[in-house]
Design a protein around this ligand. Structure first.
Ligand code: APR
Ligand code: PHB
Length: 397
């Protein structure tokens, strides 16, 4: 088999890249190790930055998002039993976020891929990258895991295979630096059959730990609470979850958390990770294959999308103008935005969570910071600008 771009992984990065390339008349093949059903059922985050939602519309894959996604003009920071609204729209000159689950984005991108006749192989096995530092890299794989070994010859490989995928290991260790931090806490996330308790997301700071009220639809709420890093779901009965959420989210103005049957619960760890560079020869990493953020700023999917916007421009310039300058600058342009998102996600995480080793002094500093960012025009603007998504900075050195 021969194609222009071999894409490994059908997550947000791989699927969005395929759609971008298709819109520019560039051919690709997606190789994915999971089944379509698994991908479409995995529950992840659900906040789309303004730029991500705009791109969905530009690419013509936004029909369901426009119907089912919820556009939010603001978010709330809650501390000391009181809510403080951050008006994203006013503070950013009209930008907003769209709450629309990641697996819904994936369903839309997969059906668009199939509708355009683009090649996408699910359930493949033994994916191996070969000759990534030559002009004709190859990917070997087996269809349906037990099939014959096949070979895909291409001009470029996009490693969109997530944190555990094989692509990153093909950047030799001598040229690769990995930065990583694991946080001493986790999030327990639930889906509950109940109408929204709040019209906008609530990020709550509390002595007992962080809580976050999000939404999925008029009938389903998505809620998270901070738990210990190595906590076990078995320790968390539904009753305990609700009683903890009530305590962490309680206000003086009579706000109430609406309960409902919990239909899904899981615990996710929190880590930061960056691989520098994100490219080697004809291999380009995008999304979680190159970087991870803790979920507090909801940046994971959005970073995957901005990476592939940069990559698609580089590949297009290569084919249409015969120059590789934008491709050479891929890592530099992406990492500038990645590090700013890492900064924001780390900042939000340290601002809002309870840290077991915090002294009373550090705790008061945290509250002073919350007071500052929710009352100063500069503090508010900074949170809002980062939350709706920073623009891609296209400068090249
Ligand atoms: N061969 C083929 N596909 C692979 C392989 C492999 N060896 N290893 C992993 N994959 C697939 C995974 O099954 C997954 O579907 O690559 C895909 C990677 O998708 P994601 O992990 O979603 O990563 P990405 O597309 O970068 O999106 C980042 O999605 O997972 C969230 O929290 C993450 O929000 C972030 C965003
Ligand atoms: C979610 O709705 O899943 C969500 C929202 C905001 C976050 C993280 C996750 O910061």
């Amino acid at each position: 088999m021969r194609t222009q771009v071999a894409i490994i992984g059908a997550g947000p990065a791989g699927l969005m890249l395929a759609q971008l390339l298709h819109s520019k008349g560039i051919e690709s093949v997606i190789l994915e190790s999971r089944t379509r059903a698994e991908i479409e059922e995995t529950i992840r985050a659900g906040v789309l930055e303004q730029g991500t939602a705009d791109l969905m519309r530009e690419l013509g894959v936004a029909d369901r998002m426009n119907r089912l996604g919820q556009v939010h003009d603001g978010i709330e920071f809650r501390f000391h039993r009181k809510g403080h609204r951050i008006n994203l729209k006013e503070l950013t000159g009209g930008k907003r976020v769209t709450i629309y689950a990641q697996h819904e984005v994936l369903k839309d991108l997969i059906s668009a891929r199939i509708a355009t006749g683009g090649e996408i192989l699910f359930d493949v096995g033994d994916v191996r990258l070969l000759d990534v530092d030559t002009e004709l890299p190859r990917v070997q794989f087996r269809r349906h895991k037990d099939g014959e070994l096949e070979e895909l010859v291409c001009d470029f490989i996009a490693g969109c295979d997530g944190f555990h995928g094989p692509s990153r290991q093909h950047i030799p260790q001598r040229v690769r630096t990995e930065y990583s931090e694991v946080f001493p806490m986790s999030w327990l996330g639930i889906l509950a059959e109940a109408p929204p308790s709040s019209p906008e997301l609530i990020y709550a700071h509390h002595d007992r730990g962080f809580a976050l009220v999000s939404t999925r639809s008029p009938e389903i709420q998505r809620i998270y609470l901070q738990v210990d890093a190595h906590d076990d779901l078995a320790n968390w009965s539904d009753d305990r979850i609700w009683s903890e959420l009530h305590r962490r989210l309680e206000t003086d103005d009579g706000w109430t958390l609406i309960e409902g049957p919990i239909i899904q619960k899981s615990i996710v760890g929190m880590r930061s990770f960056v691989c520098d560079p994100m490219q080697y020869g004809r291999l380009f990493l995008a999304g979680d294959a190159a970087h991870i953020v803790p979920p507090t700023g909801a940046k994971g999917l959005n970073l995957a999308v901005s990476d592939v916007v940069v990559l698609a421009k580089g590949i297009e310039t290569y084919y249409k103008q015969g120059n590789a300058e934008w491709l050479q600058a891929y890592s530099e342009i992406c990492l500038r935005r990645v590090w700013k998102a890492e900064r924001f996600s780390n900042y939000m995480t340290s601002l809002l969570h309870r840290h077991a080793n915090h002294s009373p002094f550090q705790r008061r500093i945290q509250l002073a910071e919350l007071d500052y960012v929710t009352s100063s025009p500069v503090g508010l603007a900074s949170i809002a600008e980062n939350y709706v998504g920073l623009p891609i900075d296209w400068r090249r050195s």
